[in-house]
Write a protein that binds this ligand. Structure first.
Ligand SMILES: NC(=O)c1ccc[n+]([C@@H]2O[C@H](COP(=O)([O-])OP(=O)(O)OC[C@H]3O[C@@H](n4cnc5c(N)ncnc54)[C@H](OP(=O)(O)O)[C@@H]3O)[C@@H](O)[C@H]2O)c1
Length: 388
């Protein structure tokens, strides 16, 4: 029986993690659940899973949740970043599932690693911003970073059993999002509704916009670089609209291995939670003869149209606090876009401006957590000034 804390239990990954737990009640126990504001759903999750602790974004939400929770449940309600950190470090917890959105989750992940918890990592912003602290600390504490992102899960599985030094290249697949094949002129006019209509995956708002802008792939390049200790130049983005091949690796002898399946995040979640064991299939079993899989295509990413991919490569090559500035600018401007206050290409323009400003100011090469948080805050402030 593995004991879990789920950070971001009300989101797309959080709810699918609970669905996995529902299928395997003998294998997992939920000790703590955290969320930002969706206390209605959290109250339902509390009734069903009876965690010892929950954490919500602020004390108003706490009062609301108290009113919604069944009287016989003894769950303790915590609040804010401190509450998240507490839930990440509960002694009896084995795995912390990092399923919150944004780099705000970084301190909680670091606290969990410090306490020796394995991390099932969906939250890519954690490694994009804090990879230089997270990975060495995980190694020192002998904790496993179990990838949940489907591409990284695929790469991880393909690498299992390969000798050290055998990896030559990662072929990171991307659906291409709703605007695959669009020109720059067409991108100028796309709407929020169009950007939210992802062709193959059903995900939270922020990652859906990141997928449409291809920033999601940019973040994943940096995430893969940290997870698999490979320079970003050895990671190639391959547009694969069917989302069946979840990524591939090329070995030094030229052999290429890939991992396949219908797009369903429960699969990588299940693989991470059961690692090193394998469980029974709870997703639609794969068939190469299904309409969705019988014709697989691959094409290069149009980096002249989706310029955020090149900006991410650049951030990954320079490293230090440049990916932090890039990520913060992206989080801030995507939030504006989701609220209808920015255009789609404002995302790219804002990220580029903040990166230029940060490079001019001086990138910090090996940042501490405090320096990461300071650059994150600086970038968000500049974005907010730019939007006035
Ligand atoms: N969705 C996918 O298929 C997918 C695939 C691969 C990787 N990922 C990555 O997984 C992460 C989560 O994505 P998602 O799509 O599940 O996002 P989502 O649906 O937007 O869910 C985000 C979760 O974070 C919670 N949250 C927000 N602010 C918080 C705070 N201050 N403290 C604690 N929790 C907070 C939200 O709570 P409330 O909603 O209650 O405010 C929600 O539970 C992202 O980093 C994403 O890139 C997602």
């Amino acid at each position: 029986m593995k004991k879990l804390t789920i950070l971001g239990s009300t989101g797309s990954i959080g709810t699918q993690t609970l669905e996995v737990v529902r299928h395997f009640p003998q294998d997992f126990e939920v000790v703590a659940l955290t969320c930002g504001s969706n206390v209605e759903l959290l109250a339902e999750q509390v009734s069903e899973f009876k965690p010892k602790y929950v954490c919500v974004g602020n004390s108003k939400k706490k009062d609301l949740l108290k009113m919604m929770m069944p009287r016989d449940v003894k769950t303790k309600i915590l609040v804010g970043d401190e509450g998240n950190q507490f839930c990440s470090t509960i002694p009896e917890v084995d795995i912390v599932v990092a399923a919150m959105v944004g780099m705000r989750g970084l301190p909680s992940v670091l606290s969990a690693i410090r306490e020796g918890k394995d991390i099932a990592l969906a939250n890519k912003e954690t490694l994009v911003t804090g990879g230089s602290i997270v990975m060495p600390m995980a190694k020192k504490k002998k904790v496993k970073i179990l990838p949940v992102d489907s591409e990284h899960s695929a790469i991880w599985q393909c690498l299992m059993g390969q000798p050290e030094g055998a990896l030559r290249r990662i072929l990171l697949t991307a659906s291409g999002g709703p605007f695959r094949g669009y020109s720059r002129e067409q991108l100028e006019k796309v709407t929020l509704e169009q950007a939210l209509a992802h062709p193959t995956w059903n995900m939270g708002g922020k990652i859906t916009i990141d997928s449409a802008s291809m920033m999601n792939k940019g973040l994943e390049i940096i995430e893969a670089s940290w997870l698999f200790d490979i320079p970003v130049n050895q990671i190639e983005v391959v547009v694969h609209p069917q989302s069946i091949v979840h990524s591939m690796i090329e070995l030094t002898d030229g052999s290429v291995l890939g991992q396949m399946g219908f797009p369903n995040m429960m699969m990588p979640i299940q693989i991470a939670l059961f690692h090193p064991d394998r469980s029974l299939c709870i997703c639609q079993p794969f068939s190469p003869f299904s309409e969705k899989a019988c014709s697989l295509t691959f094409e290069p990413c149009d980096r002249k149209v989706f310029r955020l991919v090149d900006l991410a490569y650049h951030a990954g090559r320079i490293g230090g606090t440049l990916p932090v500035a890039m990520n913060a600018a992206n989080e801030a401007i995507v939030a504006e876009f989701l609220e209808g206050r920015a255009s789609f290409l404002d995302i790219e323009r804002t990220v580029e401006t903040i990166m230029e400003k940060h490079e001019a100011q001086g990138v910090v090469p090996d940042p501490s957590l405090a320096e990461i948080l300071a650059v994150d805050e600086w970038a968000r402030c500049i974005v907010s000034e730019m939007r006035k």
